[in-house]
Design a protein around this ligand. Sequence first.
Ligand code: SF4
Length: 349
Amino acid sequence: MSFYDRITKWYSLNYRELPWRTTQDPYKIWLSEVILQQTRVEQGRPYYQRFIETYPDVKDLAQAPEVEVLRLWQGLGYYNRGRNLHATAKQITEQFGGHFPDNREQLLTLKGIGPYTSAAIASFSFKEAVVVVDGNVYRLLSRYLGIHEDIKAPNSYKIFEKHALNLLGQRPSAPFNQAMMELGGQVCKPKQPDCSNCPLSIDCYAFHSGKTVELPIKSKKQPSKQVEINYLIVRSENQILMRQRPSNGIWAKLFDFPEIEALEPMLSSFDGERSLVLEGKRLIIQKRPEKFKHLLSHRTLSILVYQLYLATKESQTAFTHLGNFYHLDQVDSLPKPQIIHRILEDLIE
Ligand code: SF4
């Protein structure tokens, strides 16, 4: 039996029912692919459902305020993907009248749509003869064919794409791509691949040469950079001071707290503690800060959170150059990095 027949037969018997697999709507396929990049299916699924319910088509997404889209995205990380999602929806609405281009070449002209996502939409929605190479496919092909190229190298996509196209031949691409991704995800897993239940084991290079641990070759990640942040939560009745971050850099346009360094000009030392005088009263900043740790893809954040309670609402004016005071209910609807959400949940009743 050919490679194509073996994997598509396996897929027809073993596929998981997922909402984006039963549609050919390019909007839904695009949404699922963007959400599932770097996110596990179980984690991404509720996000997909929420986006589809809130924005049933691409025009609804394009018209939504960015802050609302980012709030819905909250928890998925990689916030640029959320911003690009919104920007692409606007581009499709403005340049293509709300219709996705029906070929890969034009799809690639859209912001935030790269080789992988364009191939997925072109194959699953428009049946174009293209192959989809995601992390599962890299692993499967590397092991099955014995490809020793570094999958993180810049030219690896082209190399693996060529191998996949050879295996596809002239047959329909959609079942092939679905099967490749599913077999890679379910059977040819990163650790302990289930070779005894794999339809490819009969002629798999890695299985027969005992190299399933060695392949795929993946260059080592850069060591994570340590970053220290000292936040100050300023509370006033049921309100909290939040700042919106600048439109570039980490967590662009999301909301967090002012960093204590920004308050240094207002602070003084009193009996060894940090304090500031407001309206003739000395306010002591909470002595022992709360500690948080948070891992990002290339950074480890060590965060200290200090808290300050203002006795009167009038004192708020001393802080308005650092951000705005929001009622707790409003804070909930602001788009925030996941760690800020966690700090608020832990510290604010
Ligand atoms: S036989 Fe094992 S290593 Fe080879 S493709 Fe199947 S699961 Fe992967």
